[in-house]
Design a protein. Structure first.
Ligand code: CO
Length: 136
């Protein structure tokens, strides 16, 4: 193994029913402020990123009842949805997942929010955690 492929925690994503209530909770309780808010229609979600040092809390709520996040909320309720790991090279990190027999959701990297390049790794084969690889 050469240099580590994961360079930092980019974000912890939390699925919530009501984005504004969750933003208010983090703001009032912890003084966290929204650094970025974006509706991503291709994923059927709206997100708010709250900055914590160099990482984010990503609050996610569905905008489409057929989206994966809507299904997740229906099945599991609110809570941690995925962990985003920052990488220098999303394609290289994704290739390493494939090379090690991992199951990917995105076969090739795609566009994420904030103009990032991302790819998701299936929790099956990743010890039960949905992983997002994030290249800024
Ligand atoms: Co994410």
């Amino acid at each position: 193994m050469t240099a580590p492929l994961l360079t930092e925690i980019d974000h912890v994503a939390i699925a919530v029913q009501d984005l504004d209530s969750a933003i208010a909770y983090y703001g009032e309780t912890f003084g966290a402020t929204v650094a970025h808010r974006e509706r991503i229609d291709s994923d059927g979600v709206e997100e708010a990123l709250l900055k914590v040092a160099d990482s984010y809390i990503q609050l996610l709520t569905p905008t489409d009842e057929d989206s994966p996040v809507a299904k997740y909320l229906e099945k599991k309720g609110e809570g941690i949805h995925h962990v985003g790991y920052r990488v220098d090279d999303c394609a290289a990190a994704l290739q390493s997942v494939k090379d090690h027999g991992g199951q990917v959701i995105d076969v090739v990297p795609r566009r994420g929010s904030r103009g990032t390049t991302v790819a998701f790794v299936h929790p099956r084969g990743a010890f039960g955690t949905l992983i997002e690889l994030v290249e800024e």
